[in-house]
Design a protein around this ligand. Structure first.
Ligand SMILES: C[S@@+](CC[C@H](N)C(=O)[O-])C[C@H]1O[C@@H](n2cnc3c(N)ncnc32)[C@H](O)[C@@H]1O
Length: 260
């Protein structure tokens, strides 16, 4: 075990190396996150979250997932999604993005599911994620995506990923995108929402709430060329005041703000 340096994830997160062949990569990940690297863990290990390689993917585990499983950025199309590239631009998200939109910055990439869906629909997507943990999981996923047959035969590259606070990074984009997409974390309606997916529960436990959502909206509105789309739970009030358009689904809506 390496000496644990001072870290913002103190006693929360560690890197777990299960196979000697992963050591170099995981050691450098542990150093960059400033968290301990363990070669074995048990019930006395103080941390509750672990990053490790399993099934050739970088995975995030909590103590419940230690024995099997683990959460990873899924690069497979969603159930029911057409498996050709580009997939048809259908549904509320595509409506909110707008017919003329070509370039999108996803400023809150998280588990990458919306970013990858937009990418598969043929938009040019650039990703920002502030959590170094999520950025590591996304980096691993985008590398895996670049190896997939259809990506290679179509000569496509996974979205560009920048790690950092979008409030700052959006002010320094090379070119203003047609759309900036936001999906920050809103507090759950009930304390322990039975509906929240495990991946989102872990994100909330590990990273806490995104308390600076309003500033993020302002930064996005300044930086976009044409529109900001905010994914919002149905119970939350609109992030940027009354939206110009809103596309409502069962549990969430996409609020759209045009730059006039
Ligand atoms: C609800 S998750 C996004 C889920 C994502 N849309 C998906 O499909 O998986 C919110 C993510 O936004 C990130 N985030 C929130 N505020 C941010 C900011 N100012 N800059 C960069 N990332 C931010 C959080 O770290 C978190 O990973």
């Amino acid at each position: 075990m390496s000496t644990p340096p001072i870290s913002q994830y103190n006693d929360k997160l560690a890197v777990w190396c299960q196979h000697e062949s992963d050591f170099t990569q995981l050691n450098s990940l542990a150093n960059s996150l400033a968290v301990p690297l363990y070669q074995s863990i048990d019930k006395h290990t103080p941390e509750v979250f672990f990053l490790t390689y399993r099934d050739d993917c970088l995975k995030l585990l909590d103590k419940e997932l230690l024995k099997k499983g683990g959460l990873t950025v899924d690069i497979q199309p969603r159930a029911g999604e057409q498996r050709s590239y580009p997939a048809p631009k259908q549904g509320n998200l595509a409506k909110a993005l707008g017919r003329k939109t070509k370039t999108i910055v996803d400023a809150t990439t998280g588990w990458g599911q919306d970013a990858l869906f937009m990418f598969r629909m043929g938009y040019q997507v650039q990703c920002i994620e502030r959590s170094e943990i999520m950025a590591a999981l996304l980096g691993d996923a985008f590398q895996r995506l670049n190896q997939v047959d259809w990506m290679q035969s179509l000569n496509l590259q996974a979205p560009k990923l920048s790690q950092g606070n979008a409030i700052e990074l959006l002010a320094n984009l090379e070119a203003s995108p047609d759309c900036i997409y936001l999906d920050p974390m809103f507090p759950p309606k009930r304390k322990k929402s039975a509906l929240a997916k495990k991946s989102m529960q872990i994100l909330q436990e590990l990273l806490g709430q995104d308390e600076d959502k309003e500033q993020l909206f302002e930064a996005a509105f300044k930086a976009t060329a044409k529109r900001v789309v905010v994914k919002t739970p149905d119970y939350a009030k609109p992030l940027g005041g009354k939206p110009d358009e809103s596309f409502k689904g069962k549990l969430l809506r996409y609020d759209v703000y045009f730059k006039k």
